[in-house]
Design a protein around this ligand. Structure first.
Ligand code: 1GP
Length: 261
């Protein structure tokens, strides 16, 4: 198996810290980008993701990547909403499949159209299964998902187990950006006990105690975007969320170790 530099960095960081935080930048919302990037770097965020469900201008992605790169040495991973998200200058791209989309375009179609450009741009493709849950938000709408109800965690477990068996190396449990309700702890924990690849959780994480509970339930990576746009104290908010995650690790221990490179 060929594991690239960014993916190896993610495994090493998770193994060392027990969990990592990734800062999400939406290319449609770049007003505070320098402030967010500086705060993320100094508060201990481990990487950046660039993407947004309604962001479909390649030039916006390129601008966001370049502004992050000018202010930080952390890896930048594209979080694509479609083929227009494939942009030069990032370290990697989540090569993701929206497994619970009802449209095969979002499961494998866009990936077929995009892979040659990804290779040409030298982007590291990291295979990730993307699952949309709860209200689903813009990602659910744009991706034509049939969101997994929070009340039926067995469905999420089934998808996650299938994703691991199909060879995906990360599973993302997505409640949708700005979601009123984040992915429930019980569901995360059921998925955690069913698979042994890293679990990413995002959507509606707004404070330290939520981050703590989500990490304690078994998340390896937590992603926040919306709250950093909203708050006037970006660094304080990031410190709070990352401290929360650290407490979550203490509650659950650091049982899994990711490998294979
Ligand atoms: C969205 O999971 C991410 O795709 C992050 O969600 O913007 O609500 O933090 P928020």
């Amino acid at each position: 198996m060929r594991i690239g530099k960014t993916e190896k960095y993610l495994y090493d960081a998770i193994n060392k810290k027990g969990f990592i935080h990734i800062t999400l930048i939406d290319p449609e919302k770049m007003d505070k980008i320098e402030e967010i990037v500086e705060a993320a770097e100094s508060a201990g965020s481990s990487a950046f993701m660039v993407g947004g469900s309604t962001s479909h201008k390649t030039s916006d992605y390129e601008e966001a990547i370049s502004r992050i790169k000018s202010n930080s040495s952390l890896p930048v991973i594209i979080f694509p909403s479609n083929v227009a998200s494939i942009a030069r200058g990032a370290d990697a791209i989540w090569f993701m499949s929206l497994l619970n989309s009802m449209n095969p375009y979002y499961i494998v179609g866009a990936q077929v159209l995009g892979i040659k450009t990804i290779r040409e741009f030298g982007l590291e493709a990291i295979p990730m299964a993307y699952l949309i849950l709860g209200a689903g938000g813009a990602a659910g709408y744009v991706g034509e998902a049939k969101p997994i109800p929070f009340e039926i965690p067995e469905l999420a477990v089934g998808y996650a187990m299938a994703a691991e068996a199909l060879g995906f190396r990360f599973v993302y449990l997505e409640a949708g950006s700005g979601a009123k309700t984040h992915v429930p702890e019980k569901l995360i924990n059921m998925v955690r006990r069913s698979i042994s690849i890293p679990i990413i959780v995002g959507g509606g994480i707004r404070d330290g105690s939520v981050a703590e509970n989500i990490v304690a339930s078994g998340a390896d990576i937590i992603v926040t975007g919306d709250v950093l746009e909203e708050t006037s104290k970006v660094k304080d908010k990031l410190l709070e969320i990352i401290e929360g995650g650290k407490k979550g690790v203490l509650k659950r221990g650091n049982e899994l170790s990711y490998c294979c490179y």
